[in-house]
Design a protein around this ligand. Structure first.
Ligand code: BGC
Ligand code: BGC
Length: 845
């Protein structure tokens, strides 16, 4: 074993060990409502606004004319998919947002003209009223999180992870300015950006929305972006035409949830919350950010939407934030004792505007009642309304005509304007991190024969990731991006203009032997919890691509890999199969920025060198999570801040390709809607016949159990299992040949099921593994399933040693998963696998 591989093994074992230890460790502070915040321990912050008597007097005058109904309307925001313009004649709501899939006329995305038409209709209805009625323009919000990403033709900039790699906050500020201009073209006045999360566990599906795992890097970006969007306070640019309201999100601790579970529980101490997760907020507040979005996550079991000590105590009182706090998508409904349509607890804790996409109507009536009954104090309501009006006045909303009549509105030539695209292309170049360049294969000569391969080479959607035209960023063809360029198109332009030739063969099967091959591979788009993963393994969908890379290389053709991903991933086999390897993150529409750096100029000189540095630590093992700079021990494959330039002569040695977990037998039994090769999905009733459930829907003969395929992240990638309570029935994965899981038991692995419980079990529910006729071991998971009811997607994880303790012979497993109950149960599952034990793993020692 080489010194390097010994090092990796040590890191991996340490990672595995720490994953085990974490299942025994209890939260730092517990009891009742968990820890409470101590605002006096938080830093002081200096917001840029002095008390402004003239502004407050305007607010007083407005509020004096507002009815209780007008006030309650202001604190509610609906989503454009669930409210008609007509409704705003009756319900004077404070804001309308458009979520990631909510474009005009029921479409997923739309062109600028359609947006203007829709926003005008809302505006006119909201401003209508009898003589003398108070008229308050609504704020139109949208997620412009990497450019104005919901409108056709908008410039799509690299996601924040790529901006973090540039270490160029001044560039990010200019990107924010360009984004604000593009937002003004469609009449929007508010973006839910920047995300200042500090993602600490890269299994989190939103890791790419964060700039870095390092709090100081996040802090270096937040203020400038806020100023880029809103204009700098105290200057003429503050909310001048072409500026929009910004929202720092998600307050607080979204990047620190246990196991990187989206909307999960953050178990940090108050000091960690302050020093790590809150790092981006002081600069945002000092830059004058007008809104802050509350987070879906909990802190020690209590949802942030209900945490008064942080929302009011820290953000408003300690820091002097005088804008308003907006909720996240029905986030209030997750607070204990609340529903989407009723949540005085969140409002009383300091939330000022509910994001109530489809629940706005019920919420409006209930909130009105709660103010009347005194459950919500009048002073609290007045404070929230005052904050909202303050933001609207500062943003100049009262002086603006309808959206389509505002400066820049309808100037569609500004969407994807050449200057914006040039800025994006610069950001792409600066975001690339060179991880391997053996033999100095890069930079390439453009005048040669270049093969371009990989599923990411000619796909703007794959190079852009989630939050691109659609919420998940999936299902969008290149045609939907009139102003975009794929990575392949950029390479072709560079090569052909220098007299070279390009062949595009997605599978790597060329017709004419190339001088060099460029593979563009990586993750498919995802957003939010759909991107949560059990490990940071690069889950290659197409192993044939890896084989093609190896074949070319064995043939003496140098292989360059451009890796598209929303986070660092363990991809040692691909690193080994490449001479050069570039982490390109999610660069967006300006794919040409890649060729700018990969190719020499025609005189043979370097056009652009690599300047990007890793904003996140790169794992040496798929199970090495969390992994962050400053950890003790810290043994990443590539450290935080790593990134080669053309002057470096570093040779990366061959890396181990078998992960420790893989050596121990970790494997997947069910994924992407299907059982693994050599396995079958089976259903049956006790004492009855069993049958393979190969079709999307299936039922046991007596009807006791039904299975139906549905979409979780992709088409029919999950199954809903429903027991009706009429007799014992089971769902199972059966193997064609027995599996030997002895090593996996030895390594402490667990049976892990990504699942969602829609109906808690009415009777004991046995999770078992079988080892042939009359041989099995299992545990009752009824309590665990009951605790998962209604909590969305989560993970059911049971240590293998539990099955062995109950009689399983691990050396000849014939069914690695079997769930049986006699009572009613609603259980959805999308993945079944062996994985390292994690914090919530059920153990039986
Ligand atoms: C996300 C937010 C986003 C909001 C509106 C939520 O699901 O967590 O980041 O701003 O939806 O689309
Ligand atoms: C919306 C997103 C939102 C998500 C929350 C989607 O339907 O389009 O904007 O963040 O729901 O669940």
């Amino acid at each position: 074993m080489t010194a390097v591989s010994r090092l990796f093994l040590r890191a991996a074992v340490a990672a595995l060990a720490s994953a085990m230890i974490s299942c025994a460790s209890a939260p730092v502070e517990t009891g009742g409502e968990g820890p409470v915040a101590h605002p006096e321990k938080w830093p002081e912050v200096a917001p840029p606004f002095a008390h402004d008597p003239a502004l407050e007097a305007r607010i007083d005058a407005l509020m004096a004319r507002m009815s209780l109904e007008d006030k309650v309307g202001q604190i509610i925001q609906a989503d454009s998919s669930a409210i008609e313009p007509e409704d705003l004649k009756t319900y004077k709501l404070g804001s309308v947002l458009s979520g990631g899939n909510s474009a005009p006329k029921g479409q997923a995305y739309a062109a600028a003209e359609e947006w203007l038409e829709l926003l005008d209709a809302y505006y006119e209805a909201a401003m209508e009223g009898p003589e003398g009625a108070v008229r308050i323009p609504p704020l139109f919000g949208i997620d412009a999180v990497h450019g104005h990403n919901n409108v056709v033709g908008g410039t799509i900039f690299p996601h924040n992870i790529g901006l973090g790699a540039t270490r160029n906050p001044a560039l990010a500020r200019r990107i924010a300015e360009a984004t604000a201009v593009e937002l003004s073209v469609t009449g929007h006045d508010w973006t839910f950006a920047p995300t200042v999360a500090v993602p600490r566990d890269d299994r989190w599906g939103r890791a790419y929305e964060g700039f870095s795992e390092a709090p100081e890097v996040v802090a270096s970006y937040s203020g400038g972006i806020v100023e880029g969007l809103q204009g700098a306070p105290g200057t003429d640019e503050f909310f001048s035409p072409g500026r929009v309201v910004s929202s720092a999100k998600h307050f607080l601790g979204d990047g620190g949830t246990k196991d990187g579970v989206d909307q999960g529980d953050n178990l940090s101490t108050e000091e960690e919350l302050r020093d790590i997760h809150a790092a981006g907020y002081p600069a945002a507040v000092e830059a004058g950010v007008q809104t802050v979005m509350a987070s879906f996550n909990s802190w020690h079991g209590k949802k942030m939407h209900g945490r008064r000590g942080l929302l009011t105590g820290v953000l408003k009182e300690r820091w002097g934030f005088d804008g308003f706090i907006v909720g996240d998508w029905n986030g209030h409904g997750q607070v204990e004792g609340c529903t989407n349509e009723s949540c005085p607890a969140s409002f009383n804790a300091g939330l000022d505007m509910f994001m109530a996409p489809d629940s706005w109507r019920g919420l409006y009536h209930n909130t009105l009642e709660q103010v009347r009954s005194g459950e919500i104090p009048m002073e609290r309501l007045d404070d929230a309304v005052r904050r909202i009006l303050r933001v609207k006045l500062r943003a100049g909303l009262f002086d603006k005509p309808k959206p389509s009549a505002r400066p820049l509105a309808g100037r569609t030539e500004l969407l994807g304007a050449p200057a914006h695209r040039a800025l994006a292309r610069q950001a792409v170049r600066e975001s690339l991190v060179l991880l391997k360049n053996n033999g100095g294969v890069l930079p390439l000569q453009p005048g040669r024969r270049v093969l371009v391969a990989g599923d990411g080479a000619d796909s703007i959607s794959m190079q852009s990731g989630g939050w691109t035209l659609t919420w998940q960023g999936t299902g969008v063809d290149n045609d939907a991006f009139p102003n975009g360029e794929t990575i392949f198109a950029g390479i072709r332009a560079a090569v052909e203009s220098a007299g070279g030739a390009v062949e595009h063969a997605p599978d790597g099967e060329y017709t004419q032997r190339p001088d060099v091959a460029i593979f563009v591979i990586g993750e498919e788009p995802y957003a939010e919890g759909y991107g949560d993963r059990p490990t940071v393994d690069f889950d290659r969908r197409d192993p044939a691509l890896l084989a093609a890379m190896r074949r070319l290389r064995a043939d003496g053709v140098p292989v360059v890999t451009v890796f598209l991903s929303g986070r660092p991933l363990w991809a040692n086999p691909e690193l080994n199969a490449s001479d050069a390897f570039v982490a390109a993150w999610l660069p967006g529409t300006e794919g040409g920025g890649i060729a700018d750096v990969l190719f020499r100029d025609e005189a043979g000189g370097v056009r652009y060198d690599f300047t990007g540095k890793l904003p996140f630590s790169w794992p040496a093992e798929p199970t090495q999570t969390p992994l962050n700079v400053g950890d003790e021990p810290y043994e990443p494959l590539f450290a935080f801040g790593y990134g080669l330039t053309y002057a470096d002569r570093t040779e990366l040695p061959e890396l181990p390709e078998e992960s420790v977990a893989a050596q121990a037998g970790a494997s997947t039994f069910f994924a992407r809607g299907a059982p693994a090769t050599g396995m079958r999905l089976v259903i049956g009733e006790a004492g009855g016949k069993e049958a393979e459930a190969a079709a999307p829907s299936a039922q046991t003969p007596g009807g006791g159990l039904s299975l139906a395929a549905f979409d979780r992240a992709a088409q029919e990638d999950a199954r809903a299992a429903r027991w009706n309570g009429e007799g014992a029935a089971y769902v199972m994965i059966a193997t064609d040949a027995p599996l030997d899981l002895a090593n996996a038991v030895e390594a402490g692995l667990a049976l892990t099921i990504d699942a969602r419980v829609s109906r808690a079990p009415a009777a004991p529910a046995r999770l078992a593994m079988a080892c042939g006729e009359g041989c099995e071991g299992g545990v009752d998971v009824a309590d665990t399933l009951a605790a998962m009811e209604g909590a969305g997607w989560g993970r059911l994880s049971v240590s293998l040693q539990c099955f062995v303790a109950d009689g399983l012979d691990p050396a000849r497993v014939t069914a690695p998963f079997r769930l049986e109950t006699a009572g009613a149960l609603g259980f959805d599952f999308s993945a079944i696998a062996l994985a390292p034990a994690e914090a919530g793993t059920m153990t039986c020692r």
